[in-house]
Design a protein around this ligand. Structure first.
Ligand code: CTP
Length: 404
């Protein structure tokens, strides 16, 4: 999935021949899952029509401070609102004139007003003839703009509208998208971090056809994995049997069945990770002896002798170096006290407490109601939320650990 998925993008178009390429640019943004609003300078409308861009972006195009077609009840285009809406602003093509205005704070059209109001990252893709591109004024403007925190998407070499050949062509739309994706990915807060996550139930064999299991769907662990990957982390997801699926190049799924297999798979990776999150519902007991053949019914009563499985999370705590360690607790009574004991016993940094007394929490649901308790016993009850939103909250705790 592209890092642009779900991003709100303001595309500012100024008046150069490369403006015709913005039709492809808008299509590529939409294909990547972004939401796009277009702002055009008056001059850019000579090169591409607002109708083309509004059709492709599925949004009205903005170019003036008020809607001129409705003269009597003209609606004001709120430039501040537009600027604050955006996660990212791209000015492409950025002509020499527009660059100069940006560098000097000239505010004579809607695009400039929005640019000056924008708090999001701003990228600009210049387009001009080769001598203009090399002119000391242009170079000084690039330098000023990058010093202001804007990012230059360099022009490319090739044939120019003048017939000359050289540097100055606006970067091709595919290259602009690739540039933005690479830049955004490199700035993701968990880029370079490795996270180990356990998920799902474990099945403990009784004989070749029977097992002891539980109702965990695995959804919470898979949602945590996806949220971590969306923040740039590399994820090792060790999961018991589940119907959950995930396709993301940053997530390696290691399927396991029993608690022992989960333990072994986890410890192949635990020493190398920065964070471990134990969301699996690991069986606490397993049959002491696993029958090699199917057990036939005979007596009226039948007893299976059970023994403890290894506690994976406790083994993480016992072998902790610098890992940030998050566990889950599912409690039905004395929730807070039991969870605090678990933090100490398993050497955790944070526990995610589910109380079965809360409606909407627990196994097989799409929602969860959790309370965070950290190792200083700071208690933070959260609202009932979708499991995706709970996953994001958990990852926000991870980000806070690294940056606060
Ligand atoms: N856990 C684990 N390995 C086990 C058992 C549990 O990694 N063999 C992890 C779970 O993934 C979860 C936490 O430990 O993060 C749950 O702790 P546990 O002591 O099993 O508590 P509960 O099952 O919630 O409750 P109880 O104390 O009643 O067993």
């Amino acid at each position: 999935m592209s890092v642009l998925n779900g991003k709100k993008i303001l595309l500012g178009i100024s008046g150069g021949i490369a403006a015709y390429k913005t039709a492809s640019l808008v299509r590529l943004f939409i294909k990547a899952g972004a939401h796009v609003q277009v702002i055009m300078t008056p001059a850019s409308k000579d090169f591409i029509t607002p109708l083309t861009l509004s059709t492709l972006s599925k949004n009205p195009v903005h170019s003036t401070f008020y809607n001129q077609e409705e003269e009597n009840n003209g609606t004001w285009n709120n430039h501040v609102e537009l600027a604050l809406w955006a996660d990212l602003m791209l000015i492409a093509p950025a002509t020499a004139n527009t660059l100069s205005k940006m560098a000097n704070g000239t505010c004579d059209n809607l695009l400039m007003a929005v640019y000056l109001s924008a708090k999001c990252p701003v990228y600009f893709a210049p387009a001009m003839d080769l001598d203009m591109y090399k002119h000391p004024t242009t170079i000084a403007n690039f330098s000023a703009l990058t010093q202001f925190g804007n990012t230059l998407i360099p022009a490319e070499n090739g044939e120019l509208a003048s017939g000359l050949s050289g540097e100055g062509r606006m970067a091709e739309p595919e290259n602009i998208i690739a540039f933005l994706e690479a830049d955004l990915e490199s700035k993701l807060p968990l880029k370079g971090k490795k996270i180990l996550i356990t998920a799902g139930p474990t099945y403990e064999a009784i004989d070749p056809v029977r097992f002891i299991g539980n109702h965990s769907s695995g959804k919470m662990g898979f949602d945590i994995a996806l949220s971590a990957a969306n923040l740039g982390a590399s994820v090792i997801l060790v999961s018991g049997p589940t119907n959950c699926k995930v396709h993301n190049s940053l997530i390696e799924v290691i399927p396991v069945v029993s608690a022992q297999e989960m333990y072994d798979a986890c410890h192949e990776h635990y020493a190398d990770v920065d964070v471990a999150i134990a969301a699996a519902a690991v069986a606490d007991y397993k049959p002491k002896n696993v029958a090699t053949q199917k057990i036939k019914k005979a007596a009226d009563e039948f007893t299976i002798e059970l023994e403890r499985t290894k506690d994976i999370l406790a083994s993480f705590g016992a072998n902790k170096k610098n890992q940030f360690l998050i566990g889950f607790a599912l409690e039905t009574e004395n929730e807070i006290e039991n969870a605090k004991l678990k933090i100490q016993k398993k050497n955790l940094d944070l526990i995610v407490l589910n109380s079965l007394q809360d409606k909407g929490a627990g196994f097989g649901k799409d929602t969860n109601k959790i309370t965070f308790i950290d190792k200083s016993f700071h208690i933070e009850p959260m609202e009932l939320k979708s499991k995706e939103a709970v996953a994001d909250d958990i990852l926000n705790k991870v980000i806070a650990f690294f940056y606060e």
